[in-house]
Design a protein around this ligand. Structure first.
Ligand SMILES: [Zn+2]
Length: 85
């Protein structure tokens, strides 16, 4: 699946990238337009663009990892029973 950058939106509730008016996954209407994030970098020269793109992807990967870690931390131990205090 490919989404043109100008139409790409990032759902703030479930981190899905989509192009519809609302998130197809959780039907949330809170989203962030990715073009607004990337577009300023395109105005500058290609070296800066490359650096910014690299940083942006690092941020994406970093936030993805943070989100996963956060989810894992929030997830209660379903297998084990916690010992009472
Ligand atoms: Zn969503």
């Amino acid at each position: 699946m490919s989404i043109p950058l100008q139409n790409a939106r990032l759902c703030l509730d479930c981190d899905t990238v989509f192009e519809e008016a609302r998130c197809p996954r959780c039907s949330s209407e809170s989203f962030f337009p990715l073009s607004r994030w990337v577009r300023p970098a395109m105005a500058s020269d290609s070296a800066t663009l490359r650096k910014t793109a690299k940083r942006a992807s690092l941020v994406l990967v970093g936030s993805g990892l943070a989100y996963t870690a956060w989810k894992l931390l929030l997830k209660p131990n379903s297998g084990k029973k916690n010992s009472p205090e």
